[in-house]
Design a protein around this ligand. Sequence first.
Ligand code: TRP
Length: 339
Amino acid sequence: MTSNRNLVFSGMQPTNTLHLGNYLGALKNWVKMQAQMDCIYCVVDMHAITDDAGYRRPEDLTRATREVTAAYIAAGVDPQRTILFNQSQVPEHAELAWIFNCVARLGWLDRMTQFKEKSGKHKERSSVGLYTYPVLMAADILAYKATHVPVGEDQKQHLELARDIAQKFNNDYESPEFFPLPEPVITGPATRVMSLRDGTKKMSKSDESDFSRINMTDDADTIAQKIRKARTDSEPLPSEKKGLEGRQEAENLINIYAALADEGVDAVIAQFAGQQFSNFKNALADLAVTKLRPINDKMRRLLADQAEIDRILKSGSERARAIAAPIVAEVRRKVGFVG
Ligand code: TRP
């Protein structure tokens, strides 16, 4: 690490079904950012056990942690340059999260919309961990005094909470500017990749229909088939962006094309203006296969050598800990803990 002045931190939950939304919304941007700034990328296995999807599924969690790590590397994260590790190997995250639990106010957490969505009608049966999830997220970021956090729109509120925690800690312990106030970096045009079946819903691992998403492990035929079957309206492609208003499915496919091709939405519209969706879908299927196949192949090669993935995570954890430990030690002193 050259300096702590500008430091990127981001986290991704380990899940078995990484899809195009994860790739275009997060991974691809993370790969770009490592060329510009020092980056720390974390597989957040401790967050993964906060809900039923991750809790009491040890084999799934282990496999998913390795799979997500392989996906990061396959997509271009360079573990030599960038610190890549799993959260649970750096105990400073949990320690700082406890202290932050005492900084954050119940009223702040009560406003978190993701908790409300995830806990649904059964708040009393949710884990306490799910409730305090955003506090752990603040600890992830601030244990490194990270300044920039690439996240999707849905995480903006959690990032505001991290800023509030940093600010209150700085005030309460009379340490102005001890923690920086981390900035969200909301990413590119296809940040919100929507379901291929319903343009109003996010592409998601939990959607019942596998045709709603393109998985990072889908083969070429499956990708092409899913794109051809994607829902669209019966109009041809518009010749201007305005023509996409109210046509969420059409807009989604064009956004996906633009993000995969690294082109602007306007350029894509200009290229396909007036054409039928069947033509456009063929072009999109070719593009998706060309871009995703090399990642897919590399992921498979990496996963064939688990010991190597585990070594990468271990070495990343050691480098991460070397940064977090002195910061958390200073927090301990500020709080007044002896020793
Ligand atoms: N909550 C984030 C998500 O679901 C993942 C995450 C955990 C994270 N810790 C983080 C993202 C720290 C950015 C920084 O996407």
